[in-house]
Design a protein around this ligand. Structure first.
Ligand code: HEM
Length: 246
């Protein structure tokens, strides 16, 4: 019993290490890809205007427009709601009374807003995951192109979202306990998990997602900017690189 408890206390650190090492390993592999000596891949355009255009493309999921128009609403909804949930989760690990005072809000106001916005974002994210899974199964072309890991990513996301929503809708989560647990973890003095129903499952599933992240398609969250920059360079070579090639 004591061994199990030690394991659960240490698990978040193992998860953090696995995530970090996985990301570093993938980064190293990307760096090792050798470009051909012929200038087939001109130097990327790194001007602020080019980065702004890439950012706009990423926000509008521009690269998917032509080939996957049907899923763009679900994909956009999923990305936007995950971003909202990430912002909302900052309050699960820390509170910001100074900010609420500046905004003229009481803690009750923020709690009420968090409950409505968090539940709406969670439900919308879950609906988007379901829509993306159904689309993969319903389209024969997409079904053939899908690998088991595409469904694994969606299933893991759905499980984390559903367990978070369970906690939110059960309404018995003491955020003060969650914050104390996170602060103790950060101070390398892990304490007992909060007793909130569903917390252990939600936290374990979120850790499974974190460990899986470097190995599956969710890694695009980290690779999208370098990939877009490379694609743009190949499609729109900067003037000086094109000149150098002639
Ligand atoms: C990919 C990672 C995660 C996703 C997608 C996710 C998703 C969700 C969703 C949809 C909710 C319900 C809506 C809301 O209250 O905002 C929720 C609640 C919650 N999550 Fe997560 N979560 C993730 C990671 C984590 C982690 C790592 C923790 C640990 C600190 C955590 C702690 C909580 C808590 C305490 C609640 C309940 C908040 C409340 O009821 O006041 N979540 N999560």
């Amino acid at each position: 019993m004591e061994h199990a408890s030690t394991f659960f206390h240490g698990l978040p650190y193992l998860t953090g290490a696995a995530l970090l090492l996985g990301l570093l390993w993938r980064l190293r592999r990307w760096q090792r890809v050798v470009a051909r000596p012929a200038p087939l891949f001109p130097a990327p355009d790194t001007t602020p205007a080019a980065w702004a255009q890439i950012a706009a493309e990423v926000c509008l999921l521009g690269g998917r427009r032509s080939a996957f128009a049907a899923g763009i609403v679900a994909a956009w909804c999923l990305h936007a709601t995950l971003l909202l949930l990430a912002v909302g989760h900052c309050r699960a690990v820390a509170d910001f009374p100074g900010l609420w005072a500046v905004l003229g809000l009481t803690v009750k106001d923020v709690d009420r807003f968090g409950a409505v916005a968090g539940s709406a974002a969670g439900l919308a994210a879950l609906a988007a995951v379901a829509a993306l899974a159904v689309r993969r199964l319903a389209s024969p072309a997409l079904r053939v192109a899908s690998r088991p890991q595409d469904f694994l990513a969606l299933a893991l996301l759905a499980a984390v979202l559903a367990s978070g929503l369970f906690m939110r809708l059960a309404g018995r989560t003491e955020l003060a306990d969650v914050r104390a647990y996170c602060a103790a973890l950060a101070a390398l003095r892990p304490g007992p998990m909060p007793q909130a129903p569903g917390f252990a499952v939600h936290f374990l599933l979120a850790q499974a997602l974190a460990v899986y992240l470097p190995w599956g398609k969710l890694l695009h969250a980290f690779g999208v900017f370098p990939a877009k920059a490379g694609l743009r360079a190949a499609t729109f070579p900067p003037a000086d690189a094109a000149g150098g090639a002639s």
